[in-house]
Design a protein around this ligand. Structure first.
Ligand code: PRX
Length: 680
């Protein structure tokens, strides 16, 4: 069909028909070997967690934890959408992640810290050592800083063992931590300090990244100034030394404000602090995340509900057993790291790997060397990292003797081609893969296959996990039936224990943004009237698996039709020369929006009109003429954040002839001018 034809018939082309252009992939089965050892293989679990068993079914989650006082009410839903889980219970998160393991596992490694320089030894911190270090720091925070339950503290720390130690020390006291991703600027950190009203900032002097020892302390000074500009004063900046006993940052200490933790800790050697037992619904931490507009919002997570949720999902979706060595390559500065490096795995007494560096540095074999040497058997990362590793070292995994039983992909839709490489080459065809869909707000996984029960389908997250009941609504609030193939807004029908409690200091925005859209009656006291709006587009196949299309705002509306940007990118990635693809919407007078497609090629290949045409043809044949990119722009590299996400915003600005704004925080700001030249 020519493009002219398709626009003439535009009104007839429903979302369903567009979605049909998605190629459904064949299933892959988990191995019998995996199933034989899996924590969850009974399909009856879905019956146990059916909606008519809600909310009492979640007792099973809470029972994975130690409670100093057992709770009375599973869910208090009397003030929707402010849900209170496990009401009446008292609990401490640090006790659950550390103290309770000492009887059986004190000599087991809790944290393997892997420094970026390969010349530096890996540090293996046992549960007993973790207990000692967390207690000493908790004593310091309490006695030197005067911190107590309910106070907020901002952490701006890199991927080092001291980060979970600091989080757990806060949790021991009931102090609410707000960890800001270390790659964020001092200014970004400052605005989070002032929003959370933290009087104490905890940071580290320096850390290694991509071969450089970065001065991190300088960001603390900027952060304190930025907070002051918001009218908020920071009393103390506590600084960990990357190399204890040595200063690794040229930035001077500010007398009266800055304190070196490693020096001060000597005073607290051997001290013990009783874990402060708090109500289940007391906040454990804030995690700032970007919204559609304005300032980042602080998602507030509870102690009891959150910890129960990440522990259950770590056990049954990540399949963590206490003897496993588990490596999630995310950054603890994001929710994935909080839930699935720190709280979930440690609550299960697993050994969790904390890696300081960049996966492709010094080469794309690094992750596989680490996995081989630590005998990692569960591996967890993002499609972006998988794509980068595939691009830079497609055969590297075959050179190492690692064996994963289980692998995760999280954070973005994964293109089937990339999934298959992950499965075949990284997982050596042995590992199960879970594609877990969730968000900062949701605390833990929402959709995923249960690895010992369901077959995997590349490019699809899977059904709702036990206890999660998703639904897709169209813009009018009509429920799309299973298998309709139509794209709509994915929501969750029921509350769940991991859901965030509110936006810090902005409960109205919490209600407006997540619950108002499909609320049936704002005065209703019935949770059934308050579905949670995730803000993602999705389609559900006849088998019940959900495929996430991306943020609602990432959907490109071409001539009134929805196209998932990931669909187009996936089609581009089918072309063997292509390693990365990013689609951005470009304003078009006639069609509203049309897609521009940016791609990068395998190393050593030169851009050519022939390759561009091939890519365009692939999009048309995979999806249809309606998705044909306006331009295919072959670039040497994508503009990326320091966490490796492609900055589509920058590409969209270039395509739309706008100023891409401040690009200095990118990992590779220099590429922006080159792309501008190419996109002309
Ligand atoms: O669009 C979805 C995408 O990431 C968003 C949440 O981002 P964040 O809060 O930073 O949390 C990331 C870690 C969970 C979602 O709204 N997303 C997350 N997981 C997937 C995904 N998109 C597709 N497939 C996934 N598995």
């Amino acid at each position: 069909m020519s493009e002219d034809n398709s626009s003439r018939h535009a009104v007839d082309v429903s979302e369903a028909q567009i979605a049909v252009h998605w190629r459904e992939e064949a299933y892959f089965s988990p191995s019998n070997r995996f199933i034989a050892q899996a924590n969850l293989t009974d399909p009856g679990v879905f019956e146990r967690f059916s909606l008519d068993k809600f909310p009492e079914c979640f007792k099973e989650f809470a029972d994975l934890l130690d409670w100093s006082k057992y709770w009375e009410t599973t869910l208090d839903a009397s003030n929707p959408p402010f849900w209170r889980w496990f009401v009446g219970g008292r609990i401490n998160a640090c006790h659950n992640c550390v103290d309770r393991h000492l009887a059986k596992h004190k000599n087991k490694t809790a944290i393997h810290f892997v420094p970026e320089p390969e010349s530096e030894a890996v540090q293996h911190l046992t549960y007993q050592e973790l207990f000692v270090r967390v207690n000493e720091l908790a004593a310091l925070l309490r006695d030197f800083c005067g911190l107590k339950a309910g106070d907020r503290v901002t952490l701006h720390m890199p991927m080092v063992a001291e980060l979970p130690i600091t989080m757990l020390a806060c949790a021991r006291l009931g102090v609410i931590h707000s960890q800001v991703f270390s790659g964020f600027s001092g200014k970004a950190c400052g605005s989070r300090i002032s929003d959370s009203e933290s009087r104490v900032l905890i940071t580290m002097d320096a850390y290694h990244r991509a071969g450089q020892l970065l001065d991190h302390k300088e960001k603390a000074d900027i952060a304190v100034v930025a907070a002051a500009e918001d009218g908020h004063r920071v009393d103390k900046v506590l600084i960990w030394q990357r190399y204890p006993g040595k200063t690794s940052s040229p930035t001077k200490l500010v007398p009266g404000r800055d304190v070196v933790i490693n020096e001060l800790l000597a005073t607290y050697r051997g001290q013990r602090v009783d874990p402060v037992q708090l109500p289940a619904e007391a906040p454990l931490f804030l995690m700032y995340t970007s919204g559609t507009t304005g300032r980042p919002k602080g998602c507030q997570h509870s102690i009891g509900g959150y910890l129960a949720y990440v522990t259950w999902t770590s056990k049954y979706i990540q399949d963590i057993h206490p003897e496993d060595v588990y490596w999630c390559m995310a950054d603890i500065g994001w929710i994935t790291g909080h839930s699935y490096i720190v709280y979930g795995p440690l609550a299960l007494a697993a050994s969790s790997v904390v890696f300081e560096g960049v996966p492709t540095h010094p080469d794309a074999g690094r992750p596989w060397r680490i996995a081989e040497s630590l005998d990692v058997n569960i591996f967890h990362t993002s499609p972006t990292a998988i794509r980068a590793l595939r691009r830079n070292g497609p055969d590297e995994p075959t050179k190492y003797q690692h064996h994963f039983k289980h692998m995760t992909t999280v954070g973005e839709p994964i293109e089937p081609e990339v999934w298959k490489w992950y499965h075949r080459v990284v997982g050596k065809g042995e590992a199960v893969i879970v594609d877990t869909w969730w968000q900062t707000e949701t605390g833990g996984f929402l959709c995923s296959t249960v690895p010992g029960i369901h077959p995997m389908k590349p490019g699809s997250a899977g059904p709702g996990i036990p206890g999660i009941h998703p639904v897709i609504y169209d813009d009018e609030g009509v429920e799309l039936p299973i298998g309709s193939g139509r794209a709509g807004n994915i929501c969750i029908r029921n509350p769940w224990p991991g859901a965030f409690q509110t936006i810090w200091k902005d409960p109205e925005r919490y209600v407006r943004q997540y619950y108002a859209r499909y609320c049936r009656d704002p005065n209703s006291k019935d949770w059934r009237d308050w579905p949670y709006l995730a803000g993602d587009g999705a389609v559900q196949a006849a088998d019940g698996y959900y495929r996430i299309l991306g943020r609602i705002d990432d959907v490109i509306n071409v001539a009134g039709h929805r196209l998932g940007t990931k669909e187009i990118e996936s089609a581009a990635l089918l072309v063997p020369e292509v390693v990365e693809a990013a689609v951005v919407p470009v304003a078009d007078e006639i069609k509203g929006k049309v897609p521009d497609l940016y791609v990068s090629l395998k190393p050593g290949l030169a851009a050519s009109a022939e390759i561009a045409n091939k890519i365009s043809a692939s999009v048309v044949s995979e999806i249809g003429a309606i998705a044909r990119p306006r331009h295919v722009i072959i670039v040497p590299d994508m503009p990326k954040t320091r966490s490796g996400k492609i900055m589509r915003r920058v590409l969209a600005a270039i395509s739309n002839g706008q100023d891409p704004g401040d690009v200095s925080t990118l990992a590779n700001p220099e590429v922006v001018d080159t792309i501008k030249g190419l996109a002309k």
